[in-house]
Design a protein around this ligand. Structure first.
Ligand code: PGA
Length: 269
């Protein structure tokens, strides 16, 4: 859905990580919808709750305007994979997207680029959009291979994906050193450079311009959201801690949209 001024929607969402019971997610979506329901007509808002909250979130009235996604999935159709969730199980809930390759999955669950590639294919096969996270660690950055790392992750994750599916993949640049408590965000200039790099590489991978949105995530908050949202090449923001309350979500979104569209009346939360 486009804005009144025909700009593409701004992508804005949160990953709730391992927080909230189903009842808490319902309460979160109740309040979030009253805060940002109008904005969600024109902008692309999404929430990624934990697995156990997904059925309730998928059936929540807010889901008619807010995309709901899962934080992970297995690549196989089914089988002896204790504790895992198959792509068809997520698709059966009517979910919009699945988050793949988050830094915490890579670091804590040992997810490799090859595993993420299998998951990307499985998700797309089941009609799920993919929110693919890429980002270098502090060590990779200090060795000067941040860009190489991000390109390496992108190329393997998207290997074999046909160009006509590319617009169903959103890329979130999330440098590992910028995520979570005690971290500092990337600077808007760093984000601008990596966003451009990702776009160039997407064009090379798919051999044409593709409409895969590029987002930034990592310590985004109410103070810095506008500086990222003002970057013309960036399509959205992926927010953790600052968006874990409906009021926080709405405030950060409001700053982003203000910077993005200069406060078109009726569009602000
Ligand atoms: P943060 O999390 O905004 O709390 O740094 C970002 C993320 O993990 O995607």
């Amino acid at each position: 859905m486009d804005n009144v001024d025909n700009r593409p929607p701004f992508f804005f969402g949160t990953n709730l990580k391992m927080h909230q019971t189903p009842a808490e997610t319902v309460a979160f979506l109740d309040d979030l919808f009253s805060e940002v329901g109008e904005v969600a007509r024109a902008q692309r808002i999404f929430v990624i709750p934990p697995f156990t909250s997904l059925p309730a979130a998928a059936e929540h009235p807010a889901h008619k305007r807010i995309w709901i996604g899962a934080q992970n999935m297995h690549w196989a159709e089914d089988g002896a994979f204790t504790g895992e969730i198959a792509p068809g199980m997520l698709a059966a809930l009517g979910l919009d997207l699945v988050l793949l390759g988050h830094a915490e999955r890579r670091a804590q669950a040992g997810e490799t680029n090859e595993v993420i590639n299998r998951k990307v294919h499985a998700a797309l096969r089941h009609g799920l959009r993919v929110l693919l996270c890429v980002g270098e660690t502090a060590a990779e950055r200090s060795f000067g291979v941040g860009e190489e790392t991000v390109v390496h992750q992108l190329k393997i994750a998207l290997h074999g994906v046909p160009a006509e599916k590319a617009e169903r993949v959103m890329i979130a640049y999330e440098p590992v050193w910028s995520i979570g408590e005690g971290s500092a965000p990337a600077t808007p200039n760093e984000v601008r450079l990596v966003t451009r790099l990702l776009r160039r590489r997407l064009r090379l991978i798919f051999q044409r311009d593709v409409a895969a949105p590029v987002l930034y995530g990592g310590s985004v908050n109410v103070q810095n959201a506008a500086s990222f949202a003002a970057l013309p090449d960036l399509d959205g923001l992926f927010v953790g801690r600052s968006a874990w309350s409906p009021a926080g979500f709405a405030m950060v979104l409001k700053e982003a949209i203000r910077a993005r569209i200069g406060g078109v009346s009726g569009k602000l939360p």
